[in-house]
Design a protein around this ligand. Sequence first.
Ligand SMILES: NC(=O)C1=CN([C@@H]2O[C@H](COP(=O)(O)OP(=O)(O)OC[C@H]3O[C@@H](n4cnc5c(N)ncnc54)[C@H](OP(=O)(O)O)[C@@H]3O)[C@@H](O)[C@H]2O)C=CC1
Ligand SMILES: [Mg+2]
Length: 332
Amino acid sequence: MLRVLQIVRLSSRCSSSFVSRMRFLNGLKQNDDVCSAALQDAHMFLFHRLSPLLQRNHQGTFRTAELRTSDVQSLLENLGSDRTLLQEAVLIGCTEQNQAQFCLDIGGLDQTAAEELCGGTFVDLRKSFFLLSGAEAPLVAKAQALLRWHQTSGFCSATGQPTHRNQAGSQRTCSSSGIIYYPKMSPVVIVLVSDGERCLLGRQATFPRGLYSALAGFCDMGETLEETLSREVAEEVGLEVQSFSFSSSQHWPFPQSSFMMACHASVSPAHSQLCVDHSELEDARWFSQQEVLSALQTPPHRGGRAPPSPWLPPKHAVAHRLITEWIQNTRS
Ligand SMILES: NC(=O)C1=CN([C@@H]2O[C@H](COP(=O)(O)OP(=O)(O)OC[C@H]3O[C@@H](n4cnc5c(N)ncnc54)[C@H](OP(=O)(O)O)[C@@H]3O)[C@@H](O)[C@H]2O)C=CC1
Ligand SMILES: [Mg+2]
Protein backbone atom coordinates (compact mmCIF):
# COMPACT_ATOMS: atom_id res chain seq x y z
CA MET A 1 0.00 0.00 0.00
CA LEU A 2 2.91 2.30 0.83
CA ARG A 3 4.33 1.70 -2.68
CA VAL A 4 0.90 2.54 -4.20
CA LEU A 5 0.86 5.89 -2.38
CA GLN A 6 4.50 6.57 -3.35
CA ILE A 7 3.75 6.06 -7.06
CA VAL A 8 0.62 8.22 -6.94
CA ARG A 9 2.56 10.97 -5.09
CA LEU A 10 5.58 10.72 -7.42
CA SER A 11 3.43 11.19 -10.51
CA SER A 12 1.29 13.98 -9.01
CA ARG A 13 4.40 15.99 -7.92
CA CYS A 14 5.73 16.35 -11.48
CA SER A 15 5.36 19.73 -13.13
CA SER A 16 5.06 18.30 -16.66
CA SER A 17 1.88 16.35 -17.36
CA PHE A 18 3.83 14.20 -19.86
CA VAL A 19 6.41 13.25 -17.23
CA SER A 20 3.61 12.62 -14.75
CA ARG A 21 1.83 10.26 -17.16
CA MET A 22 5.02 8.36 -18.02
CA ARG A 23 5.86 7.92 -14.31
CA PHE A 24 2.29 6.81 -13.61
CA LEU A 25 2.40 4.21 -16.41
CA ASN A 26 5.80 2.94 -15.36
CA GLY A 27 4.49 2.54 -11.82
CA LEU A 28 1.60 0.42 -13.09
CA LYS A 29 4.00 -1.85 -14.98
CA GLN A 30 6.25 -2.28 -11.96
CA ASN A 31 3.67 -2.92 -9.27
CA ASP A 32 0.80 -5.41 -9.60
CA ASP A 33 -1.16 -3.92 -6.67
CA VAL A 34 -1.07 -0.43 -8.13
CA CYS A 35 -2.08 -1.83 -11.50
CA SER A 36 -4.99 -3.84 -9.99
CA ALA A 37 -6.22 -0.69 -8.27
CA ALA A 38 -6.07 1.26 -11.55
CA LEU A 39 -7.95 -1.53 -13.37
CA GLN A 40 -10.96 -1.03 -11.06
CA ASP A 41 -11.77 2.30 -12.71
CA ALA A 42 -10.17 2.34 -16.16
CA HIS A 43 -10.97 2.98 -19.82
CA MET A 44 -11.43 -0.33 -21.64
CA PHE A 45 -10.87 -1.14 -25.30
CA LEU A 46 -12.77 -4.32 -26.11
CA PHE A 47 -11.68 -6.88 -28.75
CA HIS A 48 -13.24 -10.08 -30.02
CA ARG A 49 -10.69 -12.51 -31.52
CA LEU A 50 -8.33 -9.58 -32.01
CA SER A 51 -10.90 -7.34 -33.77
CA PRO A 52 -11.56 -4.05 -31.94
CA LEU A 53 -15.07 -2.88 -31.01
CA LEU A 54 -16.00 0.24 -32.99
CA GLN A 55 -19.05 2.47 -32.83
CA ARG A 56 -20.37 4.66 -35.64
CA ASN A 57 -21.43 8.18 -34.68
CA HIS A 58 -24.15 10.38 -36.24
CA GLN A 59 -21.69 11.86 -38.76
CA GLY A 60 -20.95 8.32 -39.98
CA THR A 61 -17.37 8.29 -38.67
CA PHE A 62 -15.99 5.47 -36.54
CA ARG A 63 -14.57 5.60 -33.03
CA THR A 64 -13.52 2.97 -30.55
CA ALA A 65 -16.32 2.19 -28.10
CA GLU A 66 -15.91 4.23 -24.89
CA LEU A 67 -16.25 1.70 -22.10
CA ARG A 68 -15.28 1.83 -18.44
CA THR A 69 -14.38 -1.11 -16.20
CA SER A 70 -17.89 -1.13 -14.67
CA ASP A 71 -19.45 -1.36 -18.18
CA VAL A 72 -17.28 -4.36 -18.98
CA GLN A 73 -18.10 -6.01 -15.65
CA SER A 74 -21.84 -5.72 -16.43
CA LEU A 75 -21.24 -6.96 -19.98
CA LEU A 76 -19.37 -10.03 -18.72
CA GLU A 77 -22.20 -10.83 -16.30
CA ASN A 78 -24.79 -10.43 -19.06
CA LEU A 79 -22.79 -12.75 -21.32
CA GLY A 80 -22.62 -15.39 -18.60
CA SER A 81 -18.90 -14.98 -17.90
CA ASP A 82 -17.46 -14.44 -14.46
CA ARG A 83 -15.49 -11.32 -13.59
CA THR A 84 -12.14 -13.12 -13.50
CA LEU A 85 -11.82 -12.55 -17.27
CA LEU A 86 -11.20 -8.91 -16.41
CA GLN A 87 -7.83 -9.95 -14.95
CA GLU A 88 -6.70 -10.69 -18.51
CA ALA A 89 -6.95 -7.00 -19.42
CA VAL A 90 -3.66 -5.54 -20.69
CA LEU A 91 -2.41 -2.02 -19.94
CA ILE A 92 -2.00 0.09 -23.09
CA GLY A 93 -1.68 3.68 -21.89
CA CYS A 94 -3.30 6.43 -19.89
CA THR A 95 -5.39 9.51 -20.58
CA GLU A 96 -4.27 13.13 -20.01
CA GLN A 97 -5.98 12.81 -16.60
CA ASN A 98 -3.86 9.79 -15.60
CA GLN A 99 -6.74 7.38 -16.07
CA ALA A 100 -5.38 3.97 -17.06
CA GLN A 101 -6.38 2.49 -20.45
CA PHE A 102 -6.62 -1.30 -20.79
CA CYS A 103 -7.67 -3.68 -23.56
CA LEU A 104 -9.44 -7.02 -23.19
CA ASP A 105 -10.21 -9.77 -25.69
CA ILE A 106 -13.54 -11.48 -25.07
CA GLY A 107 -13.07 -13.93 -27.96
CA GLY A 108 -14.47 -16.84 -25.93
CA LEU A 109 -17.87 -15.12 -25.57
CA ASP A 110 -20.77 -14.65 -28.00
CA GLN A 111 -19.77 -11.94 -30.50
CA THR A 112 -23.27 -10.98 -31.70
CA ALA A 113 -24.65 -10.73 -28.16
CA ALA A 114 -21.67 -8.57 -27.12
CA GLU A 115 -22.16 -6.28 -30.16
CA GLU A 116 -25.85 -5.85 -29.34
CA LEU A 117 -25.18 -5.10 -25.69
CA CYS A 118 -22.44 -2.55 -26.54
CA GLY A 119 -24.11 -0.98 -29.60
CA GLY A 120 -21.03 -1.52 -31.76
CA THR A 121 -19.31 -3.91 -34.14
CA PHE A 122 -16.04 -5.84 -33.88
CA VAL A 123 -14.16 -4.81 -37.03
CA ASP A 124 -11.08 -6.54 -38.47
CA LEU A 125 -7.93 -4.62 -37.45
CA ARG A 126 -6.78 -3.80 -40.99
CA LYS A 127 -10.13 -2.18 -41.73
CA SER A 128 -10.41 -0.48 -38.31
CA PHE A 129 -6.90 0.92 -38.59
CA PHE A 130 -7.92 2.93 -41.64
CA LEU A 131 -11.41 3.85 -40.37
CA LEU A 132 -10.07 5.42 -37.17
CA SER A 133 -8.43 8.81 -37.01
CA GLY A 134 -5.84 10.61 -34.89
CA ALA A 135 -4.35 8.86 -31.90
CA GLU A 136 -6.91 6.04 -31.84
CA ALA A 137 -5.46 4.00 -34.73
CA PRO A 138 -1.98 3.51 -33.19
CA LEU A 139 -3.50 2.79 -29.76
CA VAL A 140 -5.77 0.10 -31.20
CA ALA A 141 -2.83 -1.35 -33.15
CA LYS A 142 -0.71 -1.45 -29.98
CA ALA A 143 -3.55 -3.10 -28.05
CA GLN A 144 -4.03 -5.81 -30.66
CA ALA A 145 -0.28 -6.47 -30.86
CA LEU A 146 -0.09 -6.95 -27.08
CA LEU A 147 -3.20 -9.16 -26.97
CA ARG A 148 -1.83 -11.30 -29.80
CA TRP A 149 1.53 -11.62 -28.06
CA HIS A 150 -0.15 -12.87 -24.86
CA GLN A 151 -2.30 -15.34 -26.80
CA THR A 152 0.80 -16.89 -28.40
CA SER A 153 3.27 -16.71 -25.50
CA GLY A 154 1.70 -19.02 -22.93
CA PHE A 155 4.73 -21.34 -22.74
CA CYS A 156 8.46 -20.88 -22.20
CA SER A 157 10.49 -21.74 -25.31
CA ALA A 158 13.36 -23.02 -23.12
CA THR A 159 11.48 -25.25 -20.63
CA GLY A 160 8.05 -25.77 -22.21
CA GLN A 161 6.47 -24.76 -18.89
CA PRO A 162 3.62 -22.20 -18.60
CA THR A 163 4.50 -18.51 -18.41
CA HIS A 164 2.61 -16.08 -16.16
CA ARG A 165 2.00 -12.43 -16.88
CA ASN A 166 2.29 -9.47 -14.56
CA GLN A 167 -0.90 -7.47 -13.93
CA ALA A 168 -0.07 -4.83 -16.55
CA GLY A 169 0.67 -7.49 -19.17
CA SER A 170 4.03 -5.88 -19.97
CA GLN A 171 5.97 -9.13 -19.43
CA ARG A 172 5.58 -12.89 -18.88
CA THR A 173 7.74 -15.07 -16.62
CA CYS A 174 8.40 -18.80 -16.90
CA SER A 175 7.03 -20.52 -13.80
CA SER A 176 9.94 -22.99 -13.81
CA SER A 177 13.09 -21.14 -14.93
CA GLY A 178 12.14 -17.55 -14.10
CA ILE A 179 13.03 -16.43 -17.66
CA ILE A 180 11.26 -13.14 -18.38
CA TYR A 181 9.73 -12.55 -21.84
CA TYR A 182 8.83 -9.13 -23.23
CA PRO A 183 6.52 -8.31 -26.15
CA LYS A 184 8.36 -8.74 -29.45
CA MET A 185 8.62 -6.47 -32.49
CA SER A 186 10.70 -7.02 -35.63
CA PRO A 187 12.79 -4.02 -36.73
CA VAL A 188 12.11 -2.99 -40.35
CA VAL A 189 13.71 -0.27 -42.47
CA ILE A 190 11.45 1.47 -44.97
CA VAL A 191 13.12 3.75 -47.48
CA LEU A 192 12.04 6.18 -50.19
CA VAL A 193 14.84 6.27 -52.74
CA SER A 194 15.24 9.33 -54.98
CA ASP A 195 17.59 10.19 -57.85
CA GLY A 196 17.00 13.89 -57.29
CA GLU A 197 14.15 14.19 -59.85
CA ARG A 198 12.15 11.00 -59.33
CA CYS A 199 11.27 8.65 -56.47
CA LEU A 200 11.29 4.88 -56.50
CA LEU A 201 8.18 2.90 -55.59
CA GLY A 202 7.64 -0.84 -55.73
CA ARG A 203 4.91 -3.39 -55.20
CA GLN A 204 4.80 -6.98 -53.96
CA ALA A 205 2.53 -9.48 -55.71
CA THR A 206 0.46 -9.71 -52.51
CA PHE A 207 -0.31 -5.94 -52.40
CA PRO A 208 -3.82 -4.81 -53.38
CA ARG A 209 -4.02 -4.17 -57.15
CA GLY A 210 -2.40 -0.88 -58.18
CA LEU A 211 -0.74 -0.19 -54.79
CA TYR A 212 2.89 1.03 -54.87
CA SER A 213 4.91 1.80 -51.75
CA ALA A 214 8.39 2.63 -50.52
CA LEU A 215 10.87 -0.28 -50.33
CA ALA A 216 10.94 -2.12 -46.99
CA GLY A 217 12.87 -4.94 -45.42
CA PHE A 218 13.44 -6.68 -42.10
CA CYS A 219 16.74 -6.07 -40.29
CA ASP A 220 19.00 -9.11 -40.16
CA MET A 221 20.57 -9.98 -36.82
CA GLY A 222 23.57 -7.74 -36.09
CA GLU A 223 22.79 -5.15 -38.78
CA THR A 224 22.68 -1.40 -38.28
CA LEU A 225 19.86 0.67 -39.75
CA GLU A 226 22.13 1.92 -42.54
CA GLU A 227 23.35 -1.61 -43.37
CA THR A 228 19.78 -2.93 -43.67
CA LEU A 229 18.81 0.06 -45.81
CA SER A 230 21.72 -0.37 -48.23
CA ARG A 231 21.30 -4.17 -48.41
CA GLU A 232 17.53 -4.05 -49.07
CA VAL A 233 17.87 -1.45 -51.84
CA ALA A 234 20.69 -3.48 -53.42
CA GLU A 235 18.76 -6.78 -53.12
CA GLU A 236 15.37 -5.57 -54.29
CA VAL A 237 16.23 -3.11 -57.10
CA GLY A 238 19.99 -3.46 -57.67
CA LEU A 239 20.96 0.12 -56.73
CA GLU A 240 23.71 1.45 -54.47
CA VAL A 241 22.59 4.10 -52.00
CA GLN A 242 24.84 7.18 -51.76
CA SER A 243 23.37 8.86 -48.68
CA PHE A 244 20.34 8.67 -46.46
CA SER A 245 18.51 10.62 -43.73
CA PHE A 246 16.19 9.43 -41.00
CA SER A 247 12.59 10.67 -41.15
CA SER A 248 10.43 9.04 -38.46
CA SER A 249 9.31 5.71 -37.05
CA GLN A 250 6.11 3.79 -36.55
CA HIS A 251 4.78 0.61 -34.95
CA TRP A 252 3.15 -1.40 -37.74
CA PRO A 253 0.82 -4.19 -36.62
CA PHE A 254 0.52 -6.11 -39.96
CA PRO A 255 1.02 -9.05 -40.30
CA GLN A 256 3.00 -9.25 -37.02
CA SER A 257 4.38 -6.35 -34.99
CA SER A 258 7.13 -4.45 -36.79
CA PHE A 259 9.07 -1.39 -35.70
CA MET A 260 9.31 0.64 -38.91
CA MET A 261 12.25 3.06 -39.22
CA ALA A 262 11.52 5.37 -42.14
CA CYS A 263 14.32 7.00 -44.17
CA HIS A 264 14.96 8.97 -47.34
CA ALA A 265 17.85 7.82 -49.51
CA SER A 266 19.50 9.13 -52.65
CA VAL A 267 21.22 7.39 -55.55
CA SER A 268 23.26 8.93 -58.33
CA PRO A 269 21.17 9.78 -61.47
CA ALA A 270 24.01 8.24 -63.47
CA HIS A 271 23.47 4.89 -61.72
CA SER A 272 19.69 4.75 -61.49
CA GLN A 273 19.07 1.83 -63.88
CA LEU A 274 16.82 -0.64 -62.03
CA CYS A 275 17.48 -4.36 -61.85
CA VAL A 276 14.42 -5.65 -59.98
CA ASP A 277 14.54 -8.95 -58.11
CA HIS A 278 11.16 -10.36 -59.15
CA SER A 279 11.22 -12.98 -56.40
CA GLU A 280 10.84 -10.06 -53.94
CA LEU A 281 8.95 -7.41 -55.94
CA GLU A 282 6.39 -7.78 -58.68
CA ASP A 283 7.37 -4.35 -60.01
CA ALA A 284 9.42 -1.27 -59.13
CA ARG A 285 9.46 1.99 -61.06
CA TRP A 286 10.70 5.54 -60.98
CA PHE A 287 7.86 8.07 -60.59
CA SER A 288 8.04 11.77 -61.43
CA GLN A 289 6.90 14.46 -59.02
CA GLN A 290 3.81 15.06 -61.20
CA GLU A 291 2.86 11.36 -61.20
CA VAL A 292 3.20 11.20 -57.41
CA LEU A 293 1.18 14.40 -56.95
CA SER A 294 -1.71 13.08 -59.01
CA ALA A 295 -1.50 9.68 -57.25
CA LEU A 296 -1.80 11.47 -53.88
CA GLN A 297 -5.06 12.97 -55.13
CA THR A 298 -6.43 9.61 -56.34
CA PRO A 299 -9.04 8.25 -53.92
CA PRO A 300 -8.50 4.71 -52.58
CA HIS A 301 -9.19 2.12 -55.26
CA ARG A 302 -11.72 -0.61 -54.54
CA GLY A 303 -11.34 -3.87 -56.52
CA GLY A 304 -11.95 -4.18 -60.25
CA ARG A 305 -9.42 -3.04 -62.85
CA ALA A 306 -6.11 -1.45 -61.86
CA PRO A 307 -6.42 2.34 -61.45
CA PRO A 308 -4.75 4.53 -64.14
CA SER A 309 -2.24 6.01 -61.69
CA PRO A 310 -0.62 4.16 -58.80
CA TRP A 311 -2.54 3.93 -55.59
CA LEU A 312 -0.35 5.10 -52.68
CA PRO A 313 -0.33 3.86 -49.06
CA PRO A 314 -2.99 5.45 -46.82
CA LYS A 315 -2.33 8.32 -44.40
CA HIS A 316 -1.67 6.17 -41.31
CA ALA A 317 1.21 4.37 -43.05
CA VAL A 318 4.67 5.84 -42.58
CA ALA A 319 5.25 5.23 -46.33
CA HIS A 320 2.63 7.94 -46.99
CA ARG A 321 4.57 10.31 -44.79
CA LEU A 322 7.81 9.60 -46.67
CA ILE A 323 6.10 10.29 -50.00
CA THR A 324 4.54 13.59 -48.87
CA GLU A 325 7.87 14.69 -47.33
CA TRP A 326 9.62 13.93 -50.63
CA ILE A 327 7.09 16.05 -52.52
CA GLN A 328 7.58 18.94 -50.08
CA ASN A 329 11.38 18.67 -50.24
CA THR A 330 11.58 18.53 -54.03
CA ARG A 331 9.19 21.50 -54.43
CA SER A 332 10.99 23.78 -51.95
N1 LIG B 1 3.83 1.10 -42.61
C1 LIG B 1 4.16 1.18 -43.88
O1 LIG B 1 4.09 2.26 -44.48
C2 LIG B 1 4.65 -0.05 -44.62
C3 LIG B 1 4.89 -1.21 -43.92
N2 LIG B 1 5.45 -2.31 -44.55
C4 LIG B 1 5.73 -3.51 -43.73
O2 LIG B 1 7.13 -3.76 -43.73
C5 LIG B 1 7.35 -5.12 -43.45
C6 LIG B 1 8.58 -5.62 -44.20
O3 LIG B 1 8.44 -5.45 -45.60
P1 LIG B 1 8.82 -6.61 -46.63
O4 LIG B 1 9.08 -5.94 -47.93
O5 LIG B 1 7.74 -7.66 -46.57
O6 LIG B 1 10.16 -7.23 -46.01
P2 LIG B 1 11.37 -8.02 -46.74
O7 LIG B 1 11.77 -7.31 -47.99
O8 LIG B 1 12.42 -8.23 -45.69
O9 LIG B 1 10.74 -9.39 -47.21
C7 LIG B 1 9.94 -10.20 -46.41
C8 LIG B 1 10.63 -11.55 -46.22
O10 LIG B 1 11.72 -11.41 -45.33
C9 LIG B 1 11.89 -12.60 -44.55
N3 LIG B 1 11.99 -12.20 -43.13
C10 LIG B 1 13.16 -11.93 -42.51
N4 LIG B 1 12.96 -11.57 -41.23
C11 LIG B 1 11.63 -11.60 -41.02
C12 LIG B 1 10.80 -11.32 -39.88
N5 LIG B 1 11.30 -10.93 -38.71
N6 LIG B 1 9.46 -11.44 -40.03
C13 LIG B 1 8.91 -11.82 -41.21
N7 LIG B 1 9.66 -12.09 -42.32
C14 LIG B 1 11.01 -12.00 -42.23
C15 LIG B 1 10.70 -13.50 -44.93
O11 LIG B 1 11.17 -14.37 -45.93
P3 LIG B 1 11.15 -15.96 -45.77
O12 LIG B 1 9.74 -16.30 -45.37
O13 LIG B 1 11.57 -16.44 -47.11
O14 LIG B 1 12.14 -16.23 -44.68
C16 LIG B 1 9.70 -12.56 -45.57
O15 LIG B 1 8.88 -13.17 -46.54
C17 LIG B 1 6.04 -5.86 -43.79
O16 LIG B 1 5.55 -6.40 -42.58
C18 LIG B 1 5.10 -4.78 -44.30
O17 LIG B 1 3.79 -4.95 -43.79
C19 LIG B 1 5.78 -2.28 -45.88
C20 LIG B 1 5.52 -1.13 -46.63
C21 LIG B 1 4.87 0.03 -46.08
MG1 LIG C 1 10.83 -5.82 -49.10
